[in-house]
Design a binder for this molecule. Structure first.
Ligand code: C5P
Length: 223
């Protein structure tokens, strides 16, 4: 939407899970659907932003009008994010795997009389923390997510400090909340001034509210 409050702004959105290969046919993954990241990208585009959408293997629709970068692993997601900078804002909605195999096997692991395979892990790059710590190339606004099951505000506030991002959108994913894989979300936005608890609403409504708040933070560009 040219003339929208985000026109002329480049915004990066990460979304979906990552897949970390164990061998050519097996991988480690998580249950992220990519729904919230996809909705955020759509909402930003509807306000006129130019969006780079870096997505792991997720079923959620690719947002029409976005520049889409498809990745599999956390390392690939990291590299795609860095290649897409500079950006005015970056929203890290992906559920990045914390670990990968120290060494993925190039051959399919076989059952063996010698016993079970032992999988050695290595730590993945923390993309949000890395981008938050960039100097000149740091996006003006960096937003992370925190999925918490208890002490949501305290844990998310600590996470904001640890990651060095500007905002954390915390959601309560306790069992029974129906949020993981569902259509609704219950969100608390943590910024430097404190915590803002949003009412439970659809992921689309969360996305639109976040997009408007980002537009306010960046200020409208006149063009
Ligand atoms: O540390 P934790 O995974 O709970 O942090 C969640 C936030 O950090 C999310 O915004 C997620 O996209 C981001 N993250 C990341 N790279 C990682 C792990 C998490 O960008 N390796």
């Amino acid at each position: 939407l040219s003339g929208g409050p985000l026109s002329g702004r480049h915004i990066l959105v990460t979304s979906g899970p990552t897949h970390e290969p164990i061998d050519p046919v097996r991988y480690i993954a998580n249950r992220s659907s990519g729904a919230q990241g996809s909705a955020i990208a759509r909402a930003l585009i509807s306000l006129g932003a130019q969006v780079t959408f870096v997505t792991g293997p997720a079923d959620a629709p690719r947002p029409p009008g976005a520049h889409v970068l498809e990745v599999q692993t956390a390392q690939e997601m990291h590299d795609a994010v860095i290649s897409a900078l500079p950006a005015d804002a970056a929203i890290f909605a992906a559920a990045v795997a914390d670990w990968r195999m120290a060494e993925a096997s190039t051959r399919k692991l076989k059952k063996s009389k010698d016993g079970l395979p032992v999988l050695a892990f290595a730590e993945n790059p923390d993309i949000l923390r890395h981008v938050s710590g960039l100097g000149d190339n740091r996006p003006g606004l960096v937003v992370g997510f925190a999925a918490e099951t208890d002490d949501v505000i305290d844990n998310a506030t600590a996470k904001r400090d640890r990651k060095g991002c500007d905002w954390i959108l915390a959601n309560d994913v306790s069992p029974g909340s129906g949020i993981m894989g569902g259509t609704e979300n219950a969100v608390v936005l943590i910024d430097a001034t404190g915590a803002d608890t949003w009412p439970r609403m659809t992921k689309d409504d969360v996305a639109q509210r976040l997009a408007r708040r980002i537009a306010d933070a960046l200020g409208a560009v006149q063009n």
